[in-house]
Structure formats: C-alpha cells, structure tokens
Ligand binder design. Sequence first.
Ligand SMILES: Nc1ncnc2c1ncn2[C@@H]1O[C@H](COP(=O)(O)OP(=O)(O)OP(=O)(O)O)[C@@H](O)[C@H]1O
Ligand SMILES: [Mg+2]
Length: 291
Amino acid sequence: MELQKEQLSHLEPAEKRQVLIEALSYIQDFSQKIVVIKYGGAAMVQEEFKVSFARDIVLLRSLGMLPVIVHGGGPEVTAAIKQYGLETNFIDGLRVTDLPSLKISEMVLSGTINKEIVTNINIQGGHGVGLSGKDGHLIRAKKLKHPGTDLGYVGEIEQINPELILTLLDKQYIPVISPIGMGTDGNTYNINADTVASHIGVALKAHKIIFLTDVLGIMKEDKLISEVNQKETLDLIEQGVISGGMVPKVKGMLFSLENGVGSAHIISGMDAHAVISELFTDKGTGTKIIS
Ligand SMILES: Nc1ncnc2c1ncn2[C@@H]1O[C@H](COP(=O)(O)OP(=O)(O)OP(=O)(O)O)[C@@H](O)[C@H]1O
Ligand SMILES: [Mg+2]
C-alpha cells in the first residue's frame, strides 16, 4: 500500500486523523456487506488503473467487505470484431449481435477480459474467481425483443441464481462475472453488463452498486450532475441528454434502487483508487442516483 501512504504524506497530523476517522466509520458500516462493482470496458483502457482497481478490490475484501465484480468490455469486443473483418453496430446502446459477433463477444468477455481481471486481483494477493452467467446457471436469459429491430443474440435476463456467488463469498473468494447468459433454449446471449450488474445487485440484496466508467458521471452541458432522482433521470433520457451506453446504466441503477439495493453511483474509473474514495469518504466524486 505504498501508494496510499505517499498520497497522505503531505497532510498535517490533524487532517490525517480526520481522514482516518471518516474511513474507519465506513469500514465498520460496510463489514460483511455486498458491494456490486460494474467495471466498465471503457474504464479498462489504461494499465495503471487496472492495477489500482485490482488493488482496491483486494483491500476492500481484506477489510471484510464483500465485493462482486461484473465487467463489460465494449471497446475490446469492438476491436476483436473488427480484427475478424466484421462490422459492429449499436442500437439504443445495445450491440447488434449476429452469430459470429456472439462467438467473438463470448471469447473476449468470458476469456481475455475476465481472466485479465482475475489475474490482476490474484497478483495483488486476492482470490479472484472468474465466472460467466453460464456457470452454475447464474444468469438465465432469453432473446431481447427490441421494438422494430432484431438485435440477434442480445439477451434479457429472466432469472439470476445467486447461490454460486454466495458460496464463493462465503469462502473468501472475489467473484468476477462476465455478461454472458444462457437460455433454456441452449442459446448463448450477450447481455449489457450494466443490466447484469443491476440484476445481480438485486438478487444479492447489495448494500451498494457502483458503476465505473470513462466519464465522471452523468454530464449535462459539460457539467457533472452530482445527484439526480428517478423522475429527473427519466427526463434526461427523454431529452436525449442521457444517451448511448449511459441509458442501460441509469435504467439499471433505477431498477436496483426500486428493488432494494441501498444506493447506486456512477464514478470515473480513469482515476486511481476511485472505488476507495467513493466508499470511504463523505464526499462522493461522481453521480448518485436517488429514488
Ligand atoms: N449524459 C451523459 N453523461 C455522460 N456520458 C454519457 C451521457 N450520455 C451518453 N454518454 C456516454 O456513455 C458512455 C459510457 O457508457 P459505455 O457503455 O460507453 O461505457 P461502459 O458501460 O463503462 O463500458 P462497457 O459498456 O464496456 O461496460 C460515455 O463514455 C458517454 O459517451
Ligand atoms: Mg456500457
């Protein structure tokens, strides 16, 4: 933890004491509480932040919190599809997924990205376990019917079976979940990772859900919106201020809050130790959605 020590070295003793007291009270509150962290593909671009993210997660686990990671991987999936000479299109923030794109998506999400996160956690001394929604029937999905367009193998969630996650948490493991589900028809489905994170948060009755992405939070005219309620959020979608990949994120957040998750936040993953500062300081950095 040399980095954190260096970062505090400029503080006066009284300030250090204040930081410590603030953090300790949160540590007590969070003990044995489940926190779902959606790790956006867009936030995974820089190597140094991948390492600091893994370090934070291992630290949270060692403090008795129960982190569950759900990851995306949009940019890497897009790059892989292009490498195969194929095209990729989005409609309403969802990737149109034909069979070749599905196979590439599963390979990148459940393979490369999932195992890279597990590797980083394990290097930091944690015990990461990579899962896809297929493992232990974690995510049962069906084809998403989208008005006017066939999105191919894009799935919607029918059911989350959280037993496997709970078993892993009980044995001190850190679950790392890719957003791939399976249907009773035997088909594989590509599901938006924000939607997966919010449904998993609900199934686990999570204390908090945090979305790490490549922007500071919800932006309007280049300004960060620090707090927004349900009605204002829906209005922002209606006005087109919230668009693309931000739509499933905020919809997932509203779904989580309506169904028992304690709080929902969007923060920037382009900042070292973003998760720690969100959890252990009074002043949140990104957008908090309230019901
Ligand atoms: N009002 C808004 N405020 C902030 N970002 C917005 C807004 N409307 C749309 N966006 C877009 O949403 C993007 C974040 O969603 P995106 O799906 O690209 O990332 P992610 O969900 O973190 O990654 P992944 O989809 O790979 O998991 C931002 O980079 C931005 O382009
Ligand atoms: Mg996204």
